[in-house]
Design a protein around this ligand. Structure first.
Ligand SMILES: *Cc1c(COP(=O)(O)O)cnc(C)c1O
Ligand code: SF4
Length: 347
């Protein structure tokens, strides 16, 4: 095992510790964690300052998760856009490759919360052979996004193997890695990982900070190491009720990210996945946040606020000045020029 894997395993929080630290009633949580597994790194857990703070809400199981029975399991219709296992091909020129079945910390709001598992380590990658052959056969694919789960939960060796396979494909221009590792287990960003990654340029990395509390000396060091390896860094934030649905919090977050050489890329409207209803915010909240940034901070600090349209119709960026709305219905035009109706949430 690689050293970081040992540390990772030795320091995971066990469920019983929740009752030790916060005197939580574990019996009442059992139905939640049986449905949606629990996993939190000690590093991330230690960022909690008090119950129900922004870190707590992201990682501690909540009874609300199993009260949400109406929302769909696959609102983006990813199944329909999956021609071979572990690959999502929705846009013509780019695909998502699901290399890893799990993440270091399982976020309670996760879009894939029905698929991610609490796999033991050392963990095998998903069997992506067929998916890589698919990319080889399609010259129109120029961009592969490694996602999961978290690709950086694979060992350096296994990840290197997958990247080498991909780099042999002549028509593949760029590879992007989507990982929350700098946020929830920054010790994974070792110098040997960075040395390996920089042999596979042009490589981009998008991470996922949701709150300024997540910017610590350790997560900062992780980002600095990746940036020093010449990897352009982006950040995707998910808009979450009770976590970051506030213009002041978002402004602080995006400005702190720039100091770490991380460029804010997207703020995502939360997908309507079953088990996450208690995190939803209205679209108006997102637009207020964008209005609070535009003109009030550096242009490069401002991410695009996007809704991933239900049914897999694509991501649409929203700007406060050009949204079309009637009552609670937004009319959103996707990249194919289709106008899609989107019903807003209660505020
Ligand atoms: C978001 C997404 C992408 C990448 O979108 P970009 O806007 O290029 O970052 C690709 N495929 C799928 C299925 C996606 O959901
Ligand atoms: S890091 Fe991403 S994929 Fe993993 S649990 Fe969190 S939201 Fe889901």
């Amino acid at each position: 095992m690689e050293n970081w894997q040992k540390t990772f395993l030795e320091t995971l929080i066990c469920l019983e510790e929740l009752s030790d630290y916060f005197s939580m009633d574990l019996d009442s949580l059992n139905p939640v964690v049986e449905r949606y597994p629990f996993r939190v790194t000690r590093y991330y857990f230690n960022l909690i300052q008090e119950p129900y703070d922004p870190i707590w809400r992201q990682c501690i199981p909540d009874l609300e998760e199993i009260k949400d029975l109406e929302s769909p399991i696959d609102p983006l219709n990813e199944r329909k856009f999956s021609p071979v296992p572990f690959l999502i091909h929705r846009y013509p020129d780019r695909v998502v490759l699901l290399v890893s079945p799990t993440c270091p910390t399982l976020c309670r709001f996760c879009t894939r919360k029905h698929y991610v598992r609490n796999n033991p380590l050392p963990m095998k990658s998903n069997p992506v052979e067929e998916a890589i052959e698919y990319v080889e056969k399609k010259p129109e694919i120029r961009d592969v996004i490694l996602s999961g789960g978290d690709p950086l939960l694979l060992s350096d060796e296994e990840l290197d193997g997958i990247l080498k396979r991909l780099r042999k494909i002549p028509h593949l221009e760029i590879v992007r890695i989507h990982t929350r590792m700098p946020v929830t287990f920054p010790m994974r960003i070792t110098l040997s990982l960075c040395r390996m990654l920089k042999t596979h340029h042009p490589l981009y990395l998008n991470t996922h900070f949701n709150h300024p509390l997540e910017i610590t000396p350790q997560s900062s060091e992780a980002c600095i190491r990746l940036a020093d390896a010449g990897i352009p860094l982006g950040n995707q934030t998910v808009l979450l009720r009770g976590v970051n649905d506030d213009p002041g919090v978002m402004k602080q977050l995006v400005q702190k990210l720039l100091i770490l050489r991380v460029r804010p890329y997207y703020i995502h409207q939360l997908d309507r996945v079953r088990g996450t209803r208690h995190f939803r915010t209205s679209v108006g909240r997102g637009l207020t946040i964008i209005s609070g940034l535009r003109g009030h901070t550096s242009g490069i600090a401002i991410p695009q606020y996007v809704i991933d349209l239900p049914g897999g119709k694509g991501k649409v960026p929203l700007l406060p000045e050009d949204v079309k709305k009637e009552g609670k219905t937004y009319f959103l035009r996707n990249y194919l020029g289709e106008v899609v109706e989107y019903q807003d949430e209660e505020d």
